[in-house]
Write a protein that binds this ligand. Structure first.
Ligand code: CU
Length: 159
C-alpha cells in the first residue's frame, strides 16, 4: 500500500487554514490596529436625540472600523456622516467608519458623529454618560463621556 496519494490533500488543506488564520488576525494591511480614543463629548439636549463626538487615533499597522456604540441612556445609537446635497448639509446613516492604519479620524460637528436616539432623559451639561464603542477588529471600549454645552461644541470644529 502506498500512502502518499492521501498525504497531498492534507498538506494543501493545512496551508489553506494557515492563510485563513493569517488573514483573520492581520487585517487588510497585514498588521494590528492600535486604537486610542480621546476628546469625547456629547452635546447637551432637551430633545430625545444627542450627538456624540470623539477623536479616534489608530497608531497600529492594521486597518479597523468603528461599527457602532451603545448607551444605557439611549434606545439606540447610530452612526452618521454629514453630506452636502445641493448646498444643504444633511445627516446620513452609515454602518461603519473606516479607521485606516496609522491615521486619525475626527468625529466633530458638521462631520461624522454618533447619534444617541430615544434618550431616556434630557442630557444636561455637567452630566457624564457611559458609552460603549464597538469596532470591527479591536475589542469594544467603554468611555465616560461628559455632556457639554453647545458653545463648547462649536469650539471643537477645526479651521
Ligand atoms: Cu446625526
Amino acid at each position: 500500500v502506498n500512502p502518499s496519494p492521501r498525504r497531498a490533500p492534507v498538506a494543501i488543506l493545512a496551508v489553506g487554514l494557515l492563510s485563513l488564520l493569517a488573514g483573520a488576525c492581520g487585517g487588510g494591511s497585514g498588521g494590528v490596529a492600535d486604537l486610542e480614543l480621546s476628546n469625547a463629548a456629547i452635546g447637551e439636549t432637551s430633545s430625545s436625540i444627542a450627538a456624540m463626538y470623539l477623536t479616534v487615533a489608530n497608531r497600529g499597522a492594521g486597518d479597523d472600523a468603528l461599527v457602532g456604540a451603545t448607551c444605557e441612556c439611549a434606545g439606540e445609537v447610530t452612526l452618521h456622516v454629514t453630506e452636502e446635497d445641493g448646498g444643504l448639509s444633511k445627516m446620513v446613516g452609515t454602518d461603519r467608519l473606516e479607521l485606516g492604519a496609522d491615521s486619525t479620524v475626527e468625529l466633530q460637528p458638521a462631520g461624522s458623529h454618533l447619534m444617541l436616539e430615544r434618550l431616556e432623559a434630557p442630557l444636561v451639561a455637567g452630566d457624564t454618560v457611559t458609552v460603549v464603542v464597538a469596532f470591527e477588529r479591536s475589542p469594544q471600549m467603554t468611555l465616560e463621556v461628559p455632556v457639554v454645552g453647545l458653545a463648547s461644541l462649536a469650539e471643537r470644529v477645526g479651521p
